[in-house]
Design a protein around this ligand. Structure first.
Ligand code: ADP
Ligand code: ZN
Length: 600
């Protein structure tokens, strides 16, 4: 372990392991297999990079995203680690040069695409090389349930069969129990210990608001609080991505679009700019994100609701990997819920798959409607207990709630009396007593509940229906188009005295006040930083990054620059004590940095 710590300091410039890293690293160095479940930004890479450096031989990393291998290898090169990749972007001569380096023992890390690894040629190559370990990154790709399923991953069990003596470490940020079990079974890791980190991301502030009549205005005012920062805006459809990206550009925001409908080279270019430039806002579908290791993403905004808590958590987890303050912000409305349900109803697959999908959606709706701490509910979903966090919208500015049991009874009976097959709009119309041909053709204007809800406005009725959906008291039927029916539990409200509580509708000015309160609670930046020095360091970093064709954060993280600016080291020795300054970077940039510090 002494050697591991010394390597952590020398190569990465970190003085200590974070969370369970130490335990995992020790276990793998000793030759053990492991399954590592850590949230995004938790520090998974060190768990295999460090044992690969300490154990004799080369660490082989299976990674699903070819586009990112180049970045990973350049980042390793910046640290002075001998790394390379094997994938379909190489021609035969390039590939064979890397194979020779592997066989000569000149590589510390080799990134390999899964489809390549499982070829006979590659397996034979590995049999002749000295392998330190196999790391299977994004191990949830083996799961057929998730949206990242990769058939090639299933064949990775071959690693265990062919090289039983070499440790294997599988890593993922997807934590739910089904996926966990699938990874262990499919990769033959049943015997391996599972290292589960806390999934909490304390530096991410969660905020969820309801959609108002002009959602893009809401987005713009959110972005105004993050001007100049890099972030991601997730939308559900390609069309919406294009519209929103164009709108933001018109507003002078450095925004780019990303979705599967764009030509591959455009997509690659936009991704490249997001990584290499500072302060780009990426407007994207979920096609964007997996494997984006950019640590200084300051916000993730959802202007459409995702389909599950898992998806929400994975997407928001892309913010703030560097540990500095970041924000996850979402707006949602009844339309989102109806649309997601429609997707599920029309999806292929078994009834049980659809049922699971509906339950996952219900859990997300209930998170949205919740009046308690968002983090408590999120972590609870992943079976982790927590106390109120003080860093979410509901903690910072507790919403007011009201008992709406009587209104809920009316809504439930309107659903029941109309035959449990109409959508939310019609139910609201019945409650409000909207006359018209549609009403009379169904005879709904003759019902006892018709017009009984006139004392309450349409917005509140819609919010109430969302709440009832979130609580699982109402459901939408698979066959009907967004048609709402009662869940058996609705009886508890109608006749057994169960109370229904809901978030009190807030006028826009009160919502603004809540947001202000949330902003006021923003954690302070590192103290004692000379802003002009910080700016100089950033300019210097950008120059180096351009020269080396790597993203700025690969040269140094913001937090490292902040510490340099705050502590103004006078010597290489002092500089080396700053987190993120390892030996290779000290050798390469130390002199230039000290010079820059002396001049200013
Ligand atoms: P993950 O792959 O789990 O999303 P990474 O491996 O990319 O996370 O690590 C997230 C960030 O944390 C990186 O910027 C990394 O440099 C930093 N980091 C990881 N381990 C440590 C450590 N022991 N000390 C300081 N920073 C660390
Ligand atoms: Zn909270």
């Amino acid at each position: 372990m002494d050697e591991a710590l010394a390597t952590l300091q020398r190569v990465f410039g970190y003085s200590r392991f974070r969370g369970p890293q130490a335990e995992i690293v020790a276990h793998v160095i000793a030759g053990g297999d492991a399954l590592v479940l850590m949230p995004t930004g938790g520090g998974k890479s060190i768990c295999y990079q460090l044992p690969a450096l300490v154990r004799p031989g080369c660490g082989v990393v299976v990674s699903p995203l070819i586009a990112l291998m180049q970045d990973q290898v350049s980042a390793m090169a910046e640290l002075g680690v001998r790394a390379a990749f094997l994938n379909s972007t190489l021609d035969a001569a390039e590939a064979s040069a890397i194979e020779s380096r592997l066989l000569r023992g000149e590589l510390d890390l080799l990134y390999v695409a899964p489809e390549r690894l499982t070829t006979g040629r590659c397996l034979d190559l590995l049999a002749r090389a000295n392998i330190a370990l196999f790391a299977i990154d994004e191990a949830h790709c083996v799961s057929q349930w998730g949206h990242d399923f990769r058939p090639e991953y299933i064949q990775l069990s071959i690693l265990h069969e062919r090289y039983p003596g070499i440790p294997r470490i599988a890593l993922t940020a997807t934590a739910d129990a089904i996926t966990r079990a699938e990874i262990r079974a499919r990769l033959e890791l049943e015997e391996a210990p599972v290292f589960v980190s806390s999934f909490d991301r304390p530096n991410i502030r969660y905020a969820i608001e309801t959609k108002r009549s002009d959602p893009t205005r809401q987005l713009l005012s959110f972005l105004a609080r993050h001007s100049g920062q890099a972030g991601i805006v997730y939308c559900l459809s390609r069309r919406r991505v294009d519209e929103v990206a164009a709108l933001l550009q018109e507003q002078g925001i450095n925004a780019l679009a990303y979705h599967a409908g764009l030509a591959a080279d455009r997509r690659a270019e936009h991704q490249r700019r997001f990584l290499l430039e500072e302060g780009v806002v990426m407007v994207a579908t979920i096609a964007f994100g997996m494997g984006i290791d950019k640590p200084d993403v300051r916000f993730v905004a959802h202007i459409d609701m995702p389909r599950s808590v898992e998806a929400y958590y994975q997407e928001t987890g892309r913010a703030g990997r560097d540990g500095a303050a970041a924000e996850a912000w979402m707006i949602y409305g009844l339309g989102d819920i109806v649309q997601q349900r429609r997707f599920i109803d029309s999806s292929e697959g078994s009834d049980s798959h659809r049922r699971t999908s509906l339950q996952k959606l219900d859990a997300l709706v209930s998170l949205c409607e919740s009046t308690g701490c968002r983090r408590v509910q999120l972590l609870g979903y992943f079976s982790e207990a927590a106390g109120p966090c003080g860093n979410c919208d509901n903690c910072l500015s507790p919403p007011q709630t009201e008992d709406v049991t009587e209104l809920a009874k009316l809504a439930l009976s309107a659903v029941y009396r109309t035959g449990q097959r109409f959508g939310a709009q019609h139910i609201v119309d019945v409650l409000l007593g909207k006359d018209g041909e549609r009403m009379s053709s169904f005879g709904h204007d003759q019902l006892g509940v018709f017009g009984k809800g006139r004392g309450t406005d349409a917005t509140t009725w819609r919010a109430l229906i969302r709440t009832l959906l979130g609580l699982g008291l109402l459901r939408t039927d698979q066959a009907a188009f967004g048609g709402i029916s009662l869940d058996a539990s609705a009886r508890e409200v109608l006749s057994a005295g169960r109370k229904v509580v809901m978030r009190k509708a807030e006028p826009a000015d009160r919502q603004r006040a809540r947001r202000k309160a949330a902003v006021a609670g923003e954690p302070a930046a590192v103290e004692g930083i000379d802003a002009s020095l910080r700016q100089k360091l950033k300019v210097w970093r950008l120059g180096v990054a351009r020269e080396h064709s790597v993203p700025p954060y690969v040269v140094f993280h913001d937090s490292t620059l902040d510490q340099i600016a705050a502590r103004r080291p006078q010597s290489l020795g002092e500089l080396s004590t700053i987190s993120g300054v390892g030996q290779a970077k000290l050798d390469r940039y130390g002199a230039a940095l000290l010079e820059l510090l002396r001049e200013s």
